[in-house]
Write a protein that binds this ligand. Structure first.
Ligand SMILES: [Zn+2]
Length: 475
């Protein structure tokens, strides 16, 4: 009985970790097999389920983030990665207070659904509100906001590529509180960067105030509509001035640590040549960070795992990175996981063949932005591999990285992006509703299928990309 069990265990151990072998198929044929098998794997969904169930939210620089990082490294090692380590870096966390609150105290008293923005200063203020329909209206206005609360009600535009989050609405959250404070305001309120009309406020970082700013909060879309109606009545003389009372108990603990997780499958022919793939480990505190960004780093892990599961040893080293602390802006001298990773690994940048990141949800890939290359066959091969998944290749090559890989791009590392459908991404982004239940496994499998084929066509072949000019060193 015992002997049989031991024999069975030994056989299982062998089956679980086969020695990786050189592939026999052509890179394109092998990539096609990886792609098709990934469509059935559910590996990314399983990872998201595991990490969000075990750890829940993983705020930047928190003990939960570090524990999740330690767990992930052990799990990756067990999965068959050659190495998996946790790299720590100093980090200044921000922690939400227990009792964020915001309410209208006049002319029609009522509670609003709001949360403090990350980096917001703690405080309790009650003042008259000066309400602007858009960011531009605030910028252009010469209204005296001294001693008042600035409110910006601009709705966010919805699009598959997420443009509404960047240039048009992003500055409201990033720059709004500081701009309002400069003009003498004592509080800042914005309509959430949201494309849904649920009554969830959306969290997100503003510029780091170090406790010297003003309380800054985001309110849900319906609450912004409510304020808009009262503001319209006020303008017509049907209602008195709007007064708001807001409280944030945020704290800035002493400097601690955050972590990046770095795991490798060593290359057989060019171990020094590295393909960097990943997503971020941390999340906002309100949900469990399933979509942002457990899904993203799980996609990278699942793509690498598909190669391990096929018993394949790539020519080049595959390095999966789970970047810590992507979500919070930082004061001088500190930085995100992507920044700290690039700083720690800058000497290797010339050997980084390409970098690819997923940080845009769990819906399907719809287009691919590939790096420039002199290899004419590469684009055609990728077209044949990705077309069956419903993915179109963009005509223009990549000119940037993503949230954590942009720093690498600036060091001269070619980046590529498999662009996911972001039409619904900002419905749940940074809300309590960012949970596993919002993810459709078949969509996630499609992403992993695209990633597996794309990853193999870089790590399992000799393709080279045109390296971007390293950016001038910033001070
Ligand atoms: Zn993210």
């Amino acid at each position: 009985m015992k002997a049989i069990a031991a024999g069975l265990l030994a056989a299982l151990a062998l089956a679980a970790a086969p020695a990786l072998a050189k592939p026999v198929l052509t890179p394109e044929a092998q990539a096609g097999v990886l792609r098709d098998d990934a469509l059935q794997s559910n590996a990314a969904y399983q990872w998201v389920s595991d990490i969000t169930t075990r750890f829940g939210a993983r705020p930047a620089g928190s003990a939960k983030e570090r524990a999740a990082g330690e767990w992930a490294a052990a799990r990756l090692k067990a999965m068959g990665f050659d190495t998996a380590v946790v790299e720590s870096f100093p980090y200044h966390a921000w922690v939400r207070g227990a009792n964020d609150s915001i309410e209208i105290t006049g002319p029609f008293p009522q509670k609003l659904a709001g949360v403090a923005l990350g980096g917001s200063t703690a405080g309790e203020v009650e003042a008259e509100a000066v309400i602007f329909d858009s960011w531009q209206a605030f910028v252009d206005s010469t209204a005296d906001v001294t001693g008042k609360i600035v409110v910006i009600l601009q709705p966010m535009a919805r699009s598959t590529a997420g443009e509404g989050y960047g240039a048009t609405s992003g500055p409201i959250r990033w720059a709004g509180p500081m701009a309002a404070q400069k003009r003498g305001a004592v509080g800042f309120v914005m309509r959430s960067l949201s494309t849904d009309d649920h009554r969830f406020p959306h969290a997100g970082a503003t510029n780091w105030s170090d406790g010297k700013g003003i309380p800054a909060m985001a309110i849900s879309s319906p609450d912004a509509e409510q304020l808009g109606r009262i503001s319209a009545m006020q303008r017509k003389g049907e209602a008195g001035p709007v007064k708001i009372h807001m409280t944030s108990g945020a704290v800035f603990p002493p400097v601690g640590t955050s972590v990046n997780v770095v795991a490798e499958i060593k290359g057989s022919e060019h171990p020094e040549q590295v393909v960097v793939i990943g997503g971020h480990l941390d999340s906002w505190d309100l949900g469990t960070g399933a979509i942002d960004d457990a899904a993203g780093h799980a996609i990278a892990i699942a793509a690498a795992k598909s190669i391990l599961d096929h018993g394949l040893r790539p020519k080049r080293t595959i390095r999966v990175v789970l970047w810590g602390s992507e979500e919070m802006s930082q004061p001088e001298g500190f930085g995100s996981g992507g920044f700290n990773y690039a700083r720690a690994h800058a000497a290797e940048a010339p050997n980084m063949v390409a970098a690819m990141e997923a940080d845009f949800g769990a819906d399907k890939v719809i287009t691919a932005t590939l790096p420039a290359t002199a290899d004419a066959a590469y684009g055609k091969t990728m077209n044949r591999l990705l077309t069956p998944l419903g993915i179109a290749i963009k005509r223009e090559p990549s000119t940037e990285g993503d949230s954590d890989t942009d720093v690498l791009y600036n060091l001269g590392v070619p980046c590529l992006t498999l662009n996911q459908d972001g039409y619904d991404y900002f419905n749940t982004h940074h809300t309590p509703d960012d949970v596993l239940d919002r993810i459709h496994p078949e969509n996630l499998n499609q992403v992993v299928a695209a990633w597996s084929a794309t990853l193999w066509m870089i790590a399992g072949s000799d393709v080279t990309f045109t390296r971007p000019e390293p950016a001038k060193a910033e001070k």
